[in-house]
Each structure stands twice: as C-alpha cells, then as structure tokens.
Design a binder for this molecule. Structure first.
Ligand code: AMP
Length: 516
C-alpha cells in the first residue's frame, strides 16, 4: 500500500481509501474494523482532553448531548460558528480536524502512515468552506495535496472500474448535502460539464421529517410533548434514522414512543413517509433540471445515472430518477465508499502531476490512462465601479472574470482603471457568484493594493484569476505601469486569517487533546 490517500469527510460518515501498489484504490478500515466512521465527536465527561470520534461518540451522546458534536460539516467555513466545551470555543475547522485525526490514526494502524491526501468536498462548496476543509486537514497533521468534488470523485471511481461511456449524471445525496453533476465519459477520459447542489439538504433532513411525525403522533394521542430534554432528542433522532432506513427495505416501520405522559406504538408506511418527504425530493429534482438546462441538454441525452451517498438507498430517489430518465439509475458500487475511493485516485493523479518522480512505477502504470477534465464550480469576479454611459455616474457592480463551468486549469484576465487622480491604494475584493449586484454575491477576500503616488486617474490594473486542477485558485492584481503586483492564493496557509504559522500553532494546541 502507498501513503497516498483519499478522504471522504462526510456529514454523517467519513471514509479513507489508499492507493495500493498497482494504483487501485482500497478502503482502509478504522480501529473498530469498520469501513466507514461516523463523523461524530464526544468530549469525555471525566477528562475533556480525551475526545472520542466515531461509533463510541454516537453511542455516548445519549448520555450527555451537550458534550457531543455531530453534522459539523454543515457549519464548516461559517466564521462565527462555535461549540463551547468546558470553556473552549471550538471552531468547525478544529472540530473537523478531530475527525480527520481519528481517520489518520486508524488508517496508520495497518497501512502505515498516510501522508499526502486529497479530501473530498461537495461540488457546490464555496471557497471559504473548501479552505476551512483544507485547514482542518493541516490541523490534523495531514499534507493536503488537493481537494476534489464529491460527485467527481464518485464518477472517477466508477468510470475507472466500469465499462461506461456517454453522458453520465451523478446524483449524490449524502447525510447532509446534495450534489448533482453532469459529465462526459469515454473510456477513462472524464470531462465534467457542470454541477449544482444544496449544502443544506441531506439524510438528516429526512430524519427530521420522521421526528416531526413522532411528535405529531404523540401529541395527537396524549396532547403532550414526546421529547422534553436534549438526551431524549438525541435518542429519537437515532430512532427516526432507523425508521427511515427500515422503510428503504420494508413497506412499514414500527417504533415504541416513551414520553412522560405514557407510551404508544408508532407505525408508518413507506407511502406516508414518501408523501412527507416529497418537498425534499422535489428540491433535488429542481437542481437536476437546472444542470440539464445549464448543459443545454434534455433528460433523453443522458446515458447513465449513477447514485452516490447513503441517502440514495431510499426507493423514492430511485423511483423518481427512473421516471425522469426512463431507465433505472445505477448504484455506484458502494454508495458509502465510492467518494473516498475516487479521492484516493485523485490523490494519485495529483501526485503524478506535481511530483511524478515520487510516484512508484506500479502506481503511475495503474493511473496512466486516466484523464480528468474538471470545471470551476462558481463564477469568480471582482467589485468595480464602471461609469454608466447614460447618467455619467459610477455604479458599483460585480464583474465576473472566471465564469462558472470554465474547464480547468484556466486563467483569464480583465483590465480595470483607477478612478481618482493621486490614488495610492485600491481596495480589491474577490467575489464568488453569478450576480452583477454586489449584495447577491459572496465576498471571499478583500485586500488593499498599494499604488504609486502622483498619477492621474485611469491607470490600468490588470486582474488575472487562475484555477488549477486541484481546485486551488490564484488571483493577481497588477499595476501595469509600475509593475507592482498583489497576489492572493487560495490554498492552505494563506488568507482567511489562518496563516501557515497559525496552522502550526493551532496544530500544537490540538496535540494536547487525545483522539480515540
Ligand atoms: P453518506 O454521508 O453518504 O454516508 O450518507 C449518510 C446518510 O445516508 C445518512 O443520512 C443515512 O441515514 C443515510 N442512509 C444510509 N443508509 C440508508 C438507507 N438504507 N435508507 C435511507 N437512508 C440511508
């Protein structure tokens, strides 16, 4: 086995795969012998420096939900989100790093240390979420050589292990996020066309619907609340997930509900469940429509639909896709594992591209025919103030420099002009989003660019954005007359307030916690 790994850092479950000596990806089981690890964290009651990650954390959370963290991926990249445990304010990236640390530790038991990793992220994750995920990897002591979009990883694994060609749609419904990606595959050549997604739609939203039905049924029977404390909430969240999974196999599911007013039997049919979750499935349908429209194609142009993510086991998902495409979707080998397996392949491809002499002959031979052409998933631009030709007024607007779905690697430039005589600085803002109105886009970085003094207005500033195949973005602002440059790099250690020194300092602080 090599030390090149792919990590699927999921909302509910995570998995690690490594490349073997001939470049094939294999899942590495955790210390408990399981192929996937719950992305759950529990801070030990007796000793808060001991942190349990995985199945033990899931089981312990019923005892004390206040010391438990789940679904942290929903919050990664949110600047103000904190979880307070024993007075320490944990950020989402620190919490995610605990999960990654457990995965790294466990993978090392049988495989030897994993060093260079690619971590997968939902295709629609914005730059702040991507950056925070990479930082989490660094805090866990991993060398994050790139990130890959989850549906791209699933497609990469599928296309390199199956005989597939034509236009393929990957429908990826996981624990907390949904992504849909359209791609062209010809043997092992994979060309991504476009992606759409929703980072607040996944299995936990389906569980919540059942939880609501538990409450409704109990209230109908006893006119009293079923869940009266967080411990019970945690218990019934798990019961709701269990009911959901049962309904993927059977027509009905039953549970006993034990509230303070008394106990009762709860029974639900698959049909009732499917009616309740209809609005959630419709949200996925709409995003499927959007990417078909974005790609300028019809459902009948799609040759294959591949399922990824545990929530695609719900029969309703499969039924709806079959109605839309007129053929049954295909399950991507193991829906829980295909993303990690594809991420490991991407780790190999990245290493081959960056440092080919450090890759063994066996691995480079195994990967040699695979070609992946990805696209950038968002539009990137800058805020500028062109003069309105009719009113003569300056209007603040977002100008796109790198449009969404541009094939990677890519580089594009535009020229802007200084507005005032004697202007000595320029506030540059890097944006993400499609709208021209700055209120409707994401401002991912703002920097001050120093300019030479004593010049008239109208000096040209060349703005160049590039995006590499590892989803790393680079922006350059260049004062063409003086040659002054400002470079902004969206990779680990730069921007977003966490410098390389910060990463090292934080990693040291976290080293004081024992992850089990
Ligand atoms: P993933 O993040 O891809 O591992 O997906 C995890 C999600 O899949 C969780 O919300 C699970 O509840 C859900 N899931 C797993 N198995 C099933 C099943 N048999 N039926 C419905 N949902 C499932």
């Amino acid at each position: 086995m090599s030390n090149l790994a792919g990590i699927d850092l999921g909302t509910t479950f995570s998995a690690v795969a490594v490349l073997n000596d001939i470049g094939k990806a294999e899942i590495v089981p955790n210390a408990e012998g399981e192929r996937i690890t719950p992305s759950a964290i529990y801070f030990d009651d007796a000793d808060s420096s001991i942190i349990r990650v995985g199945i033990e954390a899931v089981n312990s959370r019923h005892l004390n939900p206040d010391r438990s963290v789940r679904w942290i991926k929903r919050h990664i990249g949110e600047p103000d989100y904190r979880v307070n445990i024993d007075g320490k304010e944990w950020t989402p990236r620190e919490l995610s790093s605990l999960i990654l640390k457990k995965l790294k530790q466990d993978a090392g038991i049988e495989n030897g240390e994993i060093t260079d990793v690619v971590i997968s992220v939902p295709a629609h994750f914005d730059e702040a979420r991507r950056k925070a995920t990479m930082d989490a990897g660094s805090l866990a002591g991993l060398n994050v050589i790139g990130i890959v979009n989850e549906p791209v990883a699933a497609a990469l694994y599928y296309a390199t292990t199956h005989d597939v060609s034509g236009r393929v749609l990957v429908y990826d419904l996981g624990g907390g996020t949904f992504d849909v990606t359209l791609l062209d595959v010809k043997e092992k050549n994979i060309r991504i066309i476009c992606s759409q997604g929703d980072h607040a739609l996944g299995g936990i939203d389906f569980d919540k619907k059942i939880l609501e039905m538990f409450e409704q049924a109990y209230r109908g029977n006893y006119d009293s609340e079923l869940i009266s404390c967080r411990e019970e909430g945690a218990k019934y969240e798990d019961e709701a997930e269990d009911v959901k999974k049962t309904l993927s196999r059977r027509d009905t599911a039953k549970k006993m509900l034990y509230g303070q007013a008394g106990s009762m039997r709860f029974e639900i049919s698959r049909q009732q469940f499917e009616q309740a979750v209809e609005p959630l499935i419709t949200r996925t349908d709409m995003l499927v429509e959007v990417i078909l429209e974005e790609a300028g194609c019809k459902a009948s142009d799609v040759n294959k639909v591949i399922l990824a993510g545990g929530s695609t086991r719900m029969p309703l998902v499969q039924k709806r896709l079959e109605q839309k495409f007129d053929f049954a979707p295909e399950i991507a080998v193991n829906v829980d594992e295909c993303v990690a397996l594809g991420a490991a392949i991407q780790a190999g491809l990245t290493k081959l591209n960056d440092e080919p002499d450090k890759v063994s002959a066996g691995i480079s031979g195994g990967l040699k025919d695979i070609k992946l052409k990805d696209v950038c998933n968002h539009s990137y631009g800058t805020i500028c103030a062109p003069k309105d030709s009719q009113t003569g007024q300056y209007v603040i607007e977002n100008k796109i420099i790198l449009p969404k779905n541009t094939p990677l690697p890519c580089e594009q430039s535009q020229r802007f002009y200084t507005m005032a005589d004697g202007q000595t600085e320029l506030e540059v803002t890097i944006t993400q989003g499609e709208d021209t109105d700055p209120d409707y886009i994401n401002k991912i970085a703002t920097e001050v660019f120093e300019l030479p003094a004593d010049r008239p207005a109208g000096r040209p500033i060349k703005v160049t954005y590039s995006y590499d195949t590892n989803q790393r973005m680079h922006c350059r602002f260049e004062d063409e007359e003086s040659g002054n440059k400002l470079e902004v790099d969206f990779c680990v250690g730069e921007n977003d307030k966490l410098t390389r020194a910060d990463v090292e300092g934080k990693a040291q602080e976290l080293a004081g916690f024992k992850v089990e």
